[in-house]
Design a protein around this ligand. Structure first.
Ligand code: UD1
Length: 317
């Protein structure tokens, strides 16, 4: 099996590339290194430096006997997507159009796409399953939903089979320390906590402690990145077996509050973590937890990491 991992030098993409290599697949990584890192490229991978807005380059990357594409190249900062929608429309939506057109031209028939729980918007019930209404409340989530809809039409019209994996809160790093590249400007809870632990940042600002949750802080479903990677492998195999297109939530179905994540970090590092409580961040739901029953049943997926402390240990490596 030969897989083209688009965005394979990024945080989740590098873990995905590693999972495919370990399964014995041939891996080519396509990445423009705008947020990805060369240090995230493993021995044995072909590397093509390119942007997904470059249709010709994408097409030439796919002309080399690719069985499947895994697409993880996207802009992912929710706040930035609201301030600069043009960037997100081009990268996330036009980029997806180019990938689908290149796949169509090169007759590549299997696509696994990195989607997000952001397609649901504010949860109307919990846990959130795949039938939950799709009402994104930020432009980032809207672009992910548009990509899913584009894939659906290319399935109907061009026979490209797809799987959209809707990640909840991706967290942690490969336990062996194989993925070294970190986000330069982290925006998510665990990478920010790592900067506080490493004393690169004075303290963690906790956004709101007056939510209707067990301790007043928001609950999220933190799923380990190596578990996410395993799901991509299972999804590609399933499509190559001839199964139909599908959409899966990827989460643990567990949820931790921000205070619980802080307490677990303190246990791991053996000292208090400097924390300051500040007002709520706009657009944050109180609780966001996945139903992962469909992925378990149809992909045979089971997250190996079930304890937030173990996830945090890998984040702090
Ligand atoms: C968001 C998106 C998600 C996207 C992800 C990656 C939504 C609903 N979710 O997740 O789809 O894939 O970003 O960019 O749009 N927190 C603090 N202090 C901080 C940072 C975070 O208290 O400095 C809290 C947040 O309020 C939240 C939790 O930590 O309760 C997790 O936040 P974050 O890591 O930013 O992820 P989400 O906003 O849940």
């Amino acid at each position: 099996m030969k897989v083209l991992v688009i965005g394979g030098a990024g945080y989740i993409g590098a873990h995905v590339a590693k999972a495919f290599l370990e399964a014995g697949a041939k891996v080519a990584v396509y990445d423009d290194l705008s947020t990805g890192h060369k240090t995230n490229l493993f021995g044995g991978t072909d590397f093509i430096e390119g942007n997904i807005l470059d249709y010709e380059r994408l097409k030439s990357a796919m002309e080399q006997g690719i069985d499947a594409v895994v697409h993880l190249a996207a802009k992912k900062a929710v706040g930035e997507s609201m301030e600069n929608p043009e960037l997100y429309a081009s990268n996330n939506v036009s980029g997806m159009v180019n990938i689908l057109n290149a796949m169509s031209a090169c007759r590549v028939k299997v696509l696994v796409f990195s989607s997000s729980a952001a397609v649901y918007g504010m949860p109307e019930y919990l846990p959130v399953d795949e039938n939950h209404p799709l009402k994104p409340i930020n432009f980032y989530g809207f672009t992910k939903l548009e990509c899913e809809r584009l894939m659906d039409w290319y399935d109907r019209l061009k026979g490209i089979k797809y799987t959209a994996l809707r990640y909840f809160n991706a967290a942690g790093y490969d336990a062996s320390g194989a993925v070294r590249g970190r986000d330069a400007k982290p925006q998510n809870l665990l990478p920010i906590i790592k900067e506080v632990v490493d004393k690169k940042r004075e303290c963690l600002l906790v956004f709101g402690d007056d939510y209707d949750t067990r301790d007043g802080t928001c609950v999220r479903d933190y799923v380990h990145v190596s578990d996410l990677a395993a799901a991509h492998l299972a999804a590609v195999r399933r499509l190559l077996e001839g199964k139909p297109s599908a959409i899966y939530n990827l989460g643990t179905s567990r949820g931790e509050t921000v205070k619980e994540v802080v307490a677990a970090t303190e246990k791991v590092i053996g000292r208090p973590l400097p924390v300051r409580f500040v007002p709520r961040r706009p657009g944050d739901p109180a609780v966001l937890v996945a139903s992962n029953e469909k992925a378990k049943k149809e992909l045979g997926w089971q997250p190996a990491y079930t304890d937030i402390e173990d996830i945090i240990k890998t984040e702090l490596l």
